[in-house]
Design a protein around this ligand. Sequence first.
Ligand SMILES: [Zn+2]
Length: 242
Amino acid sequence: MTIKKIIKKAAKNKSVTEEYYLQLYKTYYARSRVEKENLWSDMYQFNGPITVNGVTKQVEGKKIQAFIKSHLMTTQRQRCCYCKRYLVSSGHARHVEHVLPGSVYPQYVFMLRNLAVSCVECNLLKTKDVWWALASTSLKYPIPDKLRTCFHPNIDTYDSEIRFVRISTNHFSFSCYYGLTDKGRHLCKELLSKVSHKELILANDTVMNDAITKVANFSAGFTASSETEKFLMGIYDYLARR
Ligand SMILES: [Zn+2]
């Protein structure tokens, strides 16, 4: 599947047809290749006129991101790309994850290969971590061989790298992850152990858990660049680390 096919399928029979979304997407894609800036949030906020064959329509950039997210949710079977928790629960609200972070690799932010959907916890705990030692200026997405040292949700097979068990009772939830390979162990060390630890602490503190869930749910619809979300994410991060 390509972004073009995702947009074509999602915009079928809509008042704003695929040509308009594709034109907007191509514009941002092209800009991301020359401007040293993460434009993902810029596209989300775009809401303006696009002209195709002399006909102008109002196009929202956030719709394109919604199409991509919906596609990723389906291919990932509604689960986080890292911790595999189900994302249907609003408590684990989903974010589009840039596997190679947009802050370091802005040229990849619109490339499907670099996109996955993660839960809020994984997204925030991973933040701007760069797991690979790669040149940050290359326009070509790294070949799998260059990414072999760490787990990449769109290249590696989860079941070959990690095993996990999740126990949940009326009042308690616990997840244990086990790395089968060096990549799997790296993911456990750098991210999944933190997710598990946080879940374990929150399970024993329902007041804190409720507060964090409320903030996370409220902020889930904001863009990553808005000041409101930065503020809310600051509160969320503070609460989650306690
Ligand atoms: Zn997760």
